[in-house]
Design a binder for this molecule. Structure first.
Ligand code: NAD
Length: 486
């Protein structure tokens, strides 16, 4: 990337500048260099995009699912073909190492699956004499999709594919921290054969474009992945406008419980990967680990050695598996929590490797940090850090482990490691969490079971089998048919 990128908005299949020509600058979190001038969508652009989506809706929704699926398959193929370019764009925008970029495969599965899965069915009923009754499942019309920056293509595809397959037309707003992959994909939408207005892609901050979508009277449903704080603001905006349906995938403070009979090597390997993958910027990362007192020292040693072996460096280098934090704000936030940990934790381990480590002073690196014996009331234990910072505390009894794990306002993903199957199921049942890994931890999951959180971690459940539900309204149709008999 020699000269800076200049991005546009996609409205009605036209790549356009923001209505007031407004832009914001994007800087590489690794080099600090200016990399892109990004269009900042205005409320006028939101109006135009919603109008384009609304105009496209009657004909798009009346196509057969097979016809709607054709451009979606083209999109899957193009995303796979452009893997290297897409990986590089997220690496320069938010520091995600190209070696960890699995997002194109994920996105292709979403577009390919929903290209063939969109045959929503209702129910029929003959239980009312003289009536043939039925329920229909129909698209909402205009759906807004607001995504975060930590895996933008994953969130773009897992929301857009089911929404449009169901017959809706969408307005997507990318994150201000990582707008480049969404912008790149927006350039292929017409080429894939999507009619104008079916997918509109805006870039910009929460204010004004995100908030304008959340408040919009013609947006009938909104699917959001991001922080719990923003989820609350969107919920309020929905209530203040048209009570649009909202679906939330929010933050986490996920616990992992390590019992003394666990395979400690496996538990250390997987929990270390969970918290440090993507530099700790993963919603379901196990940021709290509770290890049984009797095996604490062995576990911490194994965990620390793994964290020390992380290869920090330029995220476009294929050998690197730990890039910088996404931007200065994230970097400052993580450092603030590290300061809290240093003053409140019983002990901390800075995993700075002893051999050569990157010297780029402009890079927003945070090396994996381990805090032990942290008060359960500390902000470090209670709040989402979204960085490579782990709390390792201990427990003695099973009851204590469950109480500590559940003592949080989040409930996205919990994990437990034990060889005792009955204990695994007993504890698994008691954990207040949308997903529980037994002898595995996040990001382990599966394509076909619900992904989502309890408590402050969200209201939605997404998967190949579940996502379509969010984008369909239900209608009961009562058909008087006296002649059919009772
Ligand atoms: P964020 O909430 O700051 O921003 C997310 C998106 O919302 C961005 O596009 C932003 O511009 C937009 N936004 C901000 N204010 C808005 C407003 N008032 N109205 C409408 N839109 C607004 O989150 P982030 O920093 O981009 O992402 C990190 C967060 O996302 C973490 O909390 C993480 O746990 C969470 N996350 C959750 C999941 C999940 O599946 N549960 C997955 C990934 C990330």
């Amino acid at each position: 990337m020699t000269s800076p990128i200049e991005t546009q908005l996609l409205i009605n299949n036209k790549l356009v500048l923001a209505s007031d020509n407004g832009t914001f600058d994007l800087f590489s979190p690794h080099t600090g260099k200016f990399i892109a001038k990004v269009a900042e969508a205005t409320t006028q652009d939101v109006e135009s995009a919603v109008s384009a989506a609304q105009a496209a809706f009657p004909s798009w929704s009346s196509l057969s699912p097979v016809e709607r699926g054709k451009p979606m398959k083209q999109m899957a193929d193009l995303i796979l073909a452009e893997h290297d370019e897409l990986a590089k764009l997220d690496a320069i925008a938010m520091g995600r190492p190209v070696s960890t970029f699995i997002d194109t495969k994920y996105a292709a599965v979403q577009f390919n699956y929903f290209a063939e899965a969109a045959y929503p069915q209702g129910q029929t009923s003959l239980n009312t004499p003289g009536f043939l009754n039925m329920s229909l499942r129909q698209p909402f019309g205009v759906v807004a999709i607001i995504i975060p920056w930590n895996a933008p293509l994953v969130f773009f595809s897992k929301k857009v594919a089911p929404a449009i397959a169901a017959g809706n037309c969408v307005v997507v707003k990318s994150s201000e921290k990582a707008p480049l992959t969404s912008w790149k994909v927006s350039q292929w939408i017409e080429k894939c054969g999507f009619p104008p207005g079916v997918i509109n892609v805006l870039s910009g901050h929460g204010q004004p474009s995100g908030a304008a979508l959340a408040l919009h009277m013609r947006v009938r449903a909104l699917s959001f992945t991001g922080s719990t704080r923003t989820g609350r603001a969107i919920q309020i905006a929905s209530a203040q406008s048209n009570l649009k349906k909202v679906v939330f995938e929010l933050g986490g403070k996920s616990p992992a419980l390590i019992f003394e009979d666990a395979d400690l090597e496996q538990a250390a390997k997987e929990t270390e990967n969970s918290i440090n993958w993507n530099s700790g910027q993963t919603c379901m990362a196990n940021s709290r680990i509770y290890v049984q007192e009797s095996v604490k020292d062995r576990f911490i040693e194994a965990f620390t050695n793994l964290a020390r072996s992380r290869k920090l460096g330029d995220p476009v280098d294929g050998q690197v598996n730990h890039g910088p934090q996404a931007d200065k704000v994230q970097h400052e936030t993580v450092k603030k929590y590290i300061d809290i940990g240093k003053s409140e934790a019983g002990q901390f381990i800075d995993t700075t490797p002893t051999e050569t480590s990157p010297t780029n002073k402009d890079s927003l690196f945070v090396r994996p940090m381990i805090f032990t014996s942290v008060p359960e009331t500390s902000r470090l234990t209670k709040e989402e850090v979204f960085g490579p910072v782990v709390v390792i505390n201990t427990f003695t009894t099973e009851e204590e482990a469950i109480t500590k794990a559940n003592d949080t306002e989040f409930g996205l993903y919990a994990a437990l490691y034990t060889k005792d199957l009955e204990r695994a199921v007993r504890v698994g049942k008691k954990l207040e969490s949308g997903m529980v890994g037994i002898n595995c931890t996040s990001p382990t999951g599966c394509w076909d079971l619900p992904f989502g959180g309890w408590k402050g971690s969200g209201t939605g459940r997404e998967s190949l089998l579940d996502s379509m539900e969010h984008y369909l309204e239900v209608k009961s149709l009562y058909v008087r048919c006296p002649g059919i008999g009772s």
